[in-house]
Design a protein around this ligand. Structure first.
Ligand code: DX5
Ligand code: ZN
Length: 225
C-alpha cells in the first residue's frame, strides 16, 4: 500500500504524541470510527530533539487495530541515524517513515533504504532549512514534511512562514509528492495550508486537547473545504 491508496484528496492526521497514553487504543478506535485513516507517530531520541518520545514497542501495540480497519501508520523519525530504525519500525507495523534532511548525509540513499524495507519514504525539514535545498534532493520521496514548529514538543504556536514555504515546495516538487505540514495546525490555518498545496495536515493539540477528539478531527476535515 502507498500514500496514493491512503490519501482521499487530503488527510488530517492525528499526531498520537498528543494522545492520552492511558487510553491510547480507545482513542485510536474512536478516531477510526470518525473515519480517520492515517495516524502520525512521533519518534524522538533525546539527541536530534530534546525529548525521548515513543518507539517501536508502543507502535506495535496499535498497528494491528489500525491495519484491521484499512488505516496506515505514518512514522516521523526525529532521530539521529534514522536508517537504523527502518527495520524495527517495519517489524512494528509502520507503513511510512519520514526522516529529517538535517539528520542524514545522503537523502537519496536513505529514501532507497526505506524502500528496501517495504516502507513509504518521507523527508522532513526544520523551519531554518531552505525548502529549495530539500526539494533539490527529495523528488524521489513519497512525501515531504514542512515543519511549522521547531520539532520536539506538541502545543507550540504555528509559525506563519510555513504558508510561503509550503507554496514554494509545491512549485518545486513533482505533483505526485505529497506535502505534509506538522506543528500548530488547527482551524485557524488548515484551509490556507491546503490551498497552498499541503495534502497531509498533522495535528496533535487541536485534536487531543479538545474534550472530544473525534469531533475535533471531523471539524478539521470540514475546515479543509
Ligand atoms: C513534534 C511533532 C508533532 C507534534 C505536533 O515536533 O513532530 O507531530 O505532535 O503537535 P501540535 O499539533 O500540537 O503542534
Ligand atoms: Zn511529527
Amino acid at each position: 500500500m502507498t500514500w496514493t491508496d491512503w490519501v482521499r484528496g487530503a488527510e488530517v492526521e492525528p499526531s498520537l504524541y498528543g494522545a492520552d497514553f492511558a487510553h491510547l487504543g480507545d482513542q485510536v478506535d474512536a478516531l477510526l470510527d470518525a473515519d480517520c485513516r492515517v495516524f502520525h507517530f512521533d519518534v524522538g531520541d533525546g539527541h536530534f530533539i530534546e525529548p525521548i518520545t515513543m518507539g517501536p514497542i508502543v507502535l506495535q501495540s496499535i498497528t494491528p487495530q489500525v491495519h484491521a480497519r484499512g488505516g496506515a501508520m505514518d512514522v516521523h523519525l526525529m532521530v539521529e541515524s534514522p536508517a537504523k530504525y527502518f527495520e524495527p519500525v517495519k517489524k512494528a507495523g509502520g507503513d511510512s517513515v519520514t526522516f529529517h534532511f538535517e539528520a542524514v548525509d545522503d537523502v537519496g540513499a536513505t529514501i532507497a533504504a526505506a524502500r528496501a524495507q517495504g516502507l513509504q519514504a518521507g523527508v522532513a525539514f526544520n523551519p531554518e532549512t531552505s525548502p529549495d535545498d530539500v526539494a533539490a534532493v527529495a523528488s524521489e520521496a513519497d512525501i515531504v514534511l514542512c515543519m511549522s514548529i521547531h520539532p520536539g514538543y506538541s502545543g507550540q504556536p504555528f509559525q506563519e512562514a510555513a504558508f510561503g514555504r509550503v507554496a514554494r515546495l509545491r512549485e518545486l516538487l513533482p505533483e505526485r509528492v505529497h506535502i505534509q505540514v506538522d506543528g500548530g495546525v488547527g482551524d485557524a490555518n488548515i484551509r490556507e495550508l491546503h490551498a497552498n498545496g499541503a495534502t497531509l495536515l498533522v495535528a496533535a493539540s487541536s485534536i487531543f486537547a479538545a474534550g472530544d477528539p473525534p469531533g475535533a478531527y471531523r471539524s478539521l476535515v470540514q475546515a479543509l473545504g
